[in-house]
Design a protein around this ligand. Structure first.
Ligand SMILES: Nc1ncnc2c1ncn2[C@@H]1O[C@H](COP(=O)(O)OP(=O)(O)O)[C@@H](O)[C@H]1O
Ligand SMILES: [Mg+2]
Length: 244
């Protein structure tokens, strides 16, 4: 059913909307595929909200700037320069998520919209847990505290060799603090995502992100099409009227 995962939210009533996340290492094509799926869903008459983490509200976007732009070398301070700690990084990510879930995601789900989110809690487990070595159980508990246990119904993992993703990012001139991390860190993150996907195959769909964008987008649409339209009887007529 459309909201099966969302029903796990501490007994909260299921939302009529659908919550889908895109996960994967840097440069794996999450933003590209999120945008593509949003456009396709809109052509089928669906109400879609595209959002991202960290971010998704003005306050959460300000936290994103703090998190991803934090370059010790650019801060005017005497040596030794202050480096963000893994715990501070995790707390900021989770603070941003508290705002994002309450102010953006849940209101959209309550209105029955399809929410496409570029990264969510699995990135916290992959980056701060597998990557930085923070305790994953503690991260999960902290996450439940800020989200009330909201879990995506579907998560796409765009899996790509680390070097390939980082090369794409360099070529696109979109760089942030995470891109500067070691290859070993990015390898742990990638393995973390794969481990998470294996643990919950009903929620995750792993895609080979080495493919060009178009076949990848087609694979995502083919996967999601029956899922969305068959589980939404009220919207089937409108959707199938568009030539699905
Ligand atoms: N499937 C793909 N094959 C080759 N290049 C891609 C593909 N998907 C995205 N790109 C390019 O790689 C770069 C990173 O893509 P992006 O969607 O921003 O990745 P992410 O959001 O996962 O970091 C962009 O320049 C984008 O145009
Ligand atoms: Mg992106």
């Amino acid at each position: 059913m459309r909201s099966s995962q969302q029903k796990k939210c501490n007994g909260r009533a299921a939302y009529p909307g659908l919550f889908i996340t895109f996960e994967g290492p840097e440069g794996s094509g999450k933003t590209t595929q999120c945008q593509h799926l949003a456009e396709w869903l809109q052509t089928k008459g669906q109400s879609v909200l595209i959002t991202r983490e960290p971010g998704g509200t003005p306050l959460a976007e300000a936290i994103r700037t703090l998190l991803l732009g934090h370059q010790p070398s650019s801060i005017n301070q005497p040596e030794p320069r202050e480096i963000i700690t893994p715990a501070c990084e995790a707390a900021l990510v989770l603070a941003a998520r508290a705002q994002h879930v309450s102010c953006t995601i849940i209101p959209a789900l309550q209105k029955g919209r399809i929410v496409l989110c570029d990264r969510f809690f699995d990135s916290t487990l992959a980056y701060q847990g597998f990557g930085r070595g923070l305790n994953r159980k503690s991260l999960t508990q902290f996450n439940d505290f800020v989200t009330g246990g909201l879990t995506p119904t579907l998560t796409f993992l765009l899996d790509l060799p680390v070097k390939e993703g980082l090369q794409r990012r360099k070529a696109s001139s979109h760089q942030n603090r995470m891109d500067q991390e070691s290859l070993a860190f990015h390898e742990r993150v990638r393995r973390g995502f794969s481990a998470l996907a294996r643990q919950d195959p009903r929620r995750w769909r792993t895609l080979d992100a080495r493919q060009p964008p178009e076949p990848l987008a087609e694979e995502i649409i083919n996967y999601i099409r029956p899922f969305i339209f068959k589980s939404l009887p009220g919207q089937t007529a409108r959707a199938t009227g568009g030539g699905l």
